[in-house]
Write a protein that binds this ligand. Structure first.
Ligand code: NAG
Ligand code: NAG
Ligand code: NAG
Ligand code: NAG
Length: 468
């Protein structure tokens, strides 16, 4: 104790940073150092096999003009080498091997304008991860995987993102990369169909092909990727139906098929995805066919379906997905009333129902959605008194949009609240506008012709129902 108080801070830091095998560090137990096991492994050669070094220099030649890598870093893997964007590890052969290549984001090497895809990477036997971000920007190049070379069984992550000059199809030879767990080919200009061979990569955990120009259908073989947790095919030109085999992806937590041209309904298989947290299908051509077991998706927090020609009433089952935080159902032709069951979604923070054909009143329970932050009910045919008190209106402010619902009105006591696109009840005493009334009041506020018309309709409905 006496000793440690007399040490200066820099000295303590120096002592702490020394490897524990250096005997002088130990002050508490002077015998500790003697118990260290002797170093068994033979000393690594600290060098790369010449053929692998040559492959690496060829890769650098085709990718980067930052410096002359052969001259500035003749031993790129050597400990202390300041070659950025590279990681090495010692192999069983005691040589150093490249295990990770990272290009395009500083401090990693940036890619030159004429960079083309270096298929030599597939000759690096210990390579585990590849990241090429914003690399192929001017010179058109394709993703080529050599067919008959033994490709590295080691590659676990291939991430080629934001490369506008990476064109052409995804090659079927991608299936030779048997250990791939993460395949990201997002934001390139890839064309053609999704090759079936991709679905033989049984180790895949994340597959992201978003923001390309892929065509054709989503193959039913998708169901064989049993380890998949994340699947993003959004922003492509995919057509046809969502395969029912998606239900076989029992570990799936997130899938995004937004902004394609998918048709049909949401397949029944979906209901088996009990771990699903995020599901996005917006801006497709999906029709209104929801699986009966939709409410089994009890992990779902994000349900994003806006911009589809659904044209049905809102499914009551949505109100049973109690973990929902975002529910987006805008621009989809939904009709009928908003189910009162939606008020059960206590964790909802965003509700988008704008631009549908919804009628009736806003469920009273919406006023007690305590997590809601953004609610858009604009451009429907909703009516009645807005069931929100002043603290609710104040909390949402401009994030509440009720405009374009001519039948809605705000109770005079909330009239001082921010503009939400709704008039105060009774202010606009105009025979041509629909006059909503408070629940406590009888329809005395109705003009006589409208009351007669309503009564006639009710009578007509009664006749229809009971005379059949
Ligand atoms: C709502 O969110 C809170 C906090 O994120 C969480 O603890 C709670 O379990 C959620 N409720 C439901 C019903 O999922
Ligand atoms: C507004 O409504 C909420 C939910 O019903 C309630 O908790 C809150 O006390 C009300 N606030 C006021 C000022 O009436
Ligand atoms: C609600 O939706 C409409 C129509 O899409 C949009 O124009 C408006 O900005 C949205 N309002 C809010 C507050 O997000
Ligand atoms: C009543 O409605 C008509 C048609 O919408 C409009 O032209 C007129 O200005 C309104 N009158 C009042 C007093 O708001």
């Amino acid at each position: 104790m006496h000793c440690s108080f007399s040490l200066s801070l820099p000295l303590i830091l120096l002592l702490l940073s020394l490897p524990s095998s250096i005997p002088s560090v130990s002050t508490t137990n002077p015998h500790h150092a003697n118990k260290q096991p002797p170093i068994k492994a033979p000393k690594p050669i600290n060098t790369m096999a010449p053929s692998e070094a040559e492959a690496l220099f060829k890769i650098m030649d085709s990718m980067s003009s930052d410096q002359n890598w052969r001259i500035s870093h003749p031993n790129p893997c050597q400990p202390g080498s300041s070659w950025p964007g590279i990681e090495c590890k010692v192999g069983n052969d005691n040589y150093l091997h490249v295990s990770r290549l990272d290009f395009g984001t500083p401090p990693n090497p940036t890619c030159k304008k004429t960079a083309t895809f270096p298929s030599q990477i597939f000759a690096l036997p210990y390579l585990q991860s590849v990241f090429f971000f914003n690399c192929f920007t001017h010179t058109k190049t394709t993703l080529s995987v050599p067919q008959n070379r033994a490709s590295p069984a080691s590659l676990q992550q291939l991430s080629l993102r934001s490369n506008p000059a990476l064109v052409g199809p995804i090659p079927p030879q991608i299936s030779t990369l048997k250990s791939l767990e993460i395949l990201t080919l997002s934001q390139n200009r890839l064309t053609g169909p999704i090759p079936l061979e991709i679905f033989s990569l049984g180790s895949l955990v994340h597959l992201d092909l978003s923001y390309n120009m892929l065509t054709g259908t989503i193959p039913y073989q998708l169901g064989s990727l049993r380890n998949l947790q994340g699947l993003d095919l959004s922003y492509n030109m995919l057509t046809g139906a969502i395969p029912n085999t998606i239900g076989q992806l029992g570990l799936l937590q997130k899938f995004d098929f937004s902004s394609n041209s998918l048709t049909g309904g949401i397949p029944d298989g979906i209901e088996k995805l009990s771990l699903l947290v995020f599901m996005a299908l917006s801006n497709n051509k999906l029709g209104g066919q929801f699986p009966k077991g939709l409410e089994k998706l009890q992990s779902l927090q994000y349900l994003i379906l806006d911009g589809n020609p659904i044209h049905t009433p809102l499914p009551l089952e949505f109100g049973k997905l109690v973990k929902l935080q975002e529910l987006r159902l805008a621009d989809s032709g939904y009709s009928g009333t908003i189910p009162e069951s939606f008020s059960q979604l206590k964790n909802l923070s965003t509700l988008s129902l704008q631009n549908n054909r919804l009628t009736g009143e806003i469920p009273v329970g919406f006023g007690s959605l305590s997590h809601i932050y953004h609610m858009n009910l604009s451009r429907n045919m909703l009516g009645g008194v807005v069931p929100f008190n002043s603290s609710f209106l104040k909390r949402l402010g401009r994030n509440l949009d009720l405009s374009g619902n001519p039948g809605l009105c705000l109770s005079p006591s909330e009239a001082h609240s921010l503009k939400i696109g709704v008039d105060v009840c009774g202010k606009n005493n105009n025979a041509s506008s629909i006059q909503p009334w408070k629940k406590s009041q009888a329809p005395s506020g109705l003009s006589k012709p409208l009351f007669l018309f309503t009564a006639l309709c009710v009578w007509g409905l009664h006749q229809m129902l009971f005379l059949v």
